[in-house]
Design a protein around this ligand. Structure first.
Ligand code: CP
Ligand code: NVA
Length: 321
């Protein structure tokens, strides 16, 4: 049985119907950014971040403005939370002033706690484990390119088994897609709990989930090759040398792209490090859709704010990871 979704704390909170609704609305906001310019009139949305951000902050602030609201940006180190005020007290205080809270931080459990104690919608704008708003932008970009019929297509993430890889698996599972994550085995593979959850979702959606270390096999015939930085925010610098050595075979090069389908695209959530996870020829080449992806960060966050604050999303009953 579905219930109304209050927060987007993780990618797995969304049902396929929610994603379809959000992408339909985001496509409308892409054509006409001000079509709901009074939806958040006289309301404020808090954007609280303890990690760096270029796209997500810009997308969130402009999305709120386009809906007629006022964004309030809160840096983690400027709040009393940095001096020991509890997450639950902070959540209650923000709920008294604002209509929604967008949060980027390290621990997923902190976002869960904010969701528990805030009376307003809370949106995960990236944690160490997940990046749900990114995946909305990614899937709108995919839909623009390939349409809704994704049968016979393979959607491949290559590189570090990080928050974006986790979200790639879960969103692909929700969408009923054939998703592959190609990473080194061991420390930099996606967590088994995430793979299990994606497989669980796939049983109902008809998705096919594959995790492999064979990057060439993964890339062969792929419609999408997606990658992300090899050092995420919060990763330990002491791992850099060992990690980069393990990831070197997973760099997206023109040779790897040559194995993909004729109409394939290259995706990256950005920021990118040319010469590390991707070569400049690929990210700046004709198959790259990274700028469209970045553009859709705003359209999809705008759609998310619009529908979450109206109570339009249903969510699902999946157990939490
Ligand atoms: N893709 C993404 O989340 O970018 P930022 O870190 O710049 O927000
Ligand atoms: N995996 C990256 C994504 C940045 C948008 C990080 O967490 O730093």
């Amino acid at each position: 049985m579905s219930t109304k979704l209050k927060d987007l704390l993780r990618t797995a909170d969304l049902s396929k119907a929610d994603v379809e609704l959000l992408l339909d609305t985001a496509a409308k906001f892409a054509n006409n950014p001000l079509r709901s310019k009074k939806a958040l009139a006289k309301r404020t949305v808090a954007i609280y971040m303890t990690k760096s951000s270029t796209r997500t902050r810009l997308a969130s602030e402009t999305a709120v403005a386009h809906l007629g609201g006022t964004p309030v940006f809160l840096r983690g180190d400027e709040l009393q939370i940095g001096r020991g005020e509890s997450i639950s007290d902070t959540a209650k205080i923000i709920s008294g002033f604002c209509s929604a809270l967008i949060v980027r931080t390290f621990a997923q459990s902190d976002v869960d706690e904010l969701g528990k104690f805030a009376s307003i919608p809370v949106i995960n704008a990236l944690t160490d484990d997940d990046h749900p708003t990114q995946l909305l932008a990614d899937w709108l970009t995919i839909r623009e390119k390939f349409g809704k019929n994704i049968k016979e297509r393979k959607f491949v993430y290559v590189g570090d088994g990080n928050n974006v890889a986790n979200a790639w698996l879960i969103m692909g599972a929700i969408m009923g897609a054939h998703v592959v994550v190609a990473t080194p085995t061991g420390k930099w593979a996606p967590k088994s709990l995430i793979v299990e959850q994606a497989s669980e979702i796939a049983k109902k959606s008809g998705a096919k989930i594959e995790v492999t270390n064979d990057v060439r096999l993964a890339a062969t015939g792929a419609s999408v090759i997606y990658t992300d930085v090899w050092m995420s925010m919060g990763d330990s610098e002491s791992d850099r040398i060992e990690k980069f050595a393990a990831l070197k075979p997973f760099m997206v090069t023109p040779e790897l792209m040559a194995l993909t389908a004729a109409d394939s695209i290259f995706m990256h959530c950005l920021p990118a490090h040319r010469g590390e996870e991707v070569s400049a020829e690929v990210i700046d080449g004709p198959k790259s859709v990274v700028w469209r992806q970045a553009f859709h960060r705003r359209t999809t966050i705008q759609a998310l704010l619009y529908h979450l604050t109206r109570g339009d999303l249903v969510g699902n009953n999946l157990s939490k990871v």
